[in-house]
Design a protein around this ligand. Structure first.
Ligand SMILES: [Zn+2]
Length: 263
């Protein structure tokens, strides 16, 4: 090991600020004269600063994520200093003989640096996981809200459909139900339309001359369909359902499955 190689070890410890003052001065002087050691110093310094920065920054108290303790850098330094062994006799050269053997310190420093960097990376990914979980919770919350609204609407439907105050108009395979100003089509055993086809509701308004298009719908697997027809029920005098292409038609293109007058 040449004096210059040994100096490279010192440069690493110097970059960490863990070198005793006398050796630090020697390193500074050497750095000024040796481009290679200077290059090594410039390579290490940003990593050391990054660790110091990440260890001192604790940006995300809101997320509850664990961030590196501000004491981390101090602990790293303590470990480096603690592992420095006393000088030992060497015949490699004058400089090597008088300086403490610092390579174990460098090894510890490198390990600490790696751990600190991994910890920082881990905390970044932890923060990401926390935000991702928050997004998922928000999404579930939204779904729960929609579900709640749907259940509320279904309760209204159910109440309307079973209310003794409702008017029921029997049609093939089901009925049309009017409750106050709300109108429903409730089917019990509808055939599944072929691919590309749906059922479509049609209504005739009071004083109207032709059927106007309303909602399209599909029965479930058991052939059940309960459809709220968006119209002022008191203004509707006829209801029909026909099979139409997906997306619905402006005028019926097939013979209605049923047509019922609401009297
Ligand atoms: Zn050098």
């Amino acid at each position: 090991m040449t004096a210059h190689d040994a100096m490279l070890d010192d440069v690493a410890v110097y970059a960490l600020g863990a070198l005793p003052r006398d050796q630090a001065r020697a390193v500074r002087e050497h750095l000024a004269a040796c481009p290679e050691c200077m290059a090594e110093y410039r390579r290490l310094k940003p990593a050391v600063d990054a660790v110091a920065y990440s260890a001192e920054a604790s940006p995300d108290a809101a997320s509850g994520a664990v961030v590196p303790s501000p004491r981390l850098k101090v602990r790293i330094m303590d470990q480096i200093r603690g592992s420095a062994t006393p000088p030992r006799i060497s015949n490699v050269g004058e400089m090597r003989a008088v300086r403490p053997i610092v390579w174990p310190a460098y090894a510890v420093a490198a390990a600490c640096l790696a751990v600190a960097l991994v910890t920082t990376a881990f905390n970044i990914s932890l923060n990401e996981a926390v935000s991702s979980s928050k997004a998922q919770i928000a999404q579930l919350d939204n779904q729960a809200r929609l579900l709640h609204r749907k259940v509320a609407a279904q309760s209204t439907e159910l109440a309307d459909l079973t209310s003794t105050g409702s008017q029921h108009y029997t049609v093939e395979n089901g009925e049309v139900v009017r409750h106050g100003n709300r109108l429903y089509i409730a089917m019990q055993s509808m055939g599944t339309p072929p691919r590309g086809k749906v059922y479509q509701a049609w209504i005739m308004r009071k004083g109207g001359k032709e059927m106007t298009p309303s909602v399209t719908f599909m029965p479930d697997r058991s052939g059940v369909a309960v459809v709220h027809v968006p119209a002022q029920a008191s203004q509707v005098v006829e209801v029909a359902v026909s099979m139409e292409p997906e997306g619905g038609s402006k005028q019926p293109t097939s013979k209605p499955a049923f047509l019922v007058k609401l009297t």
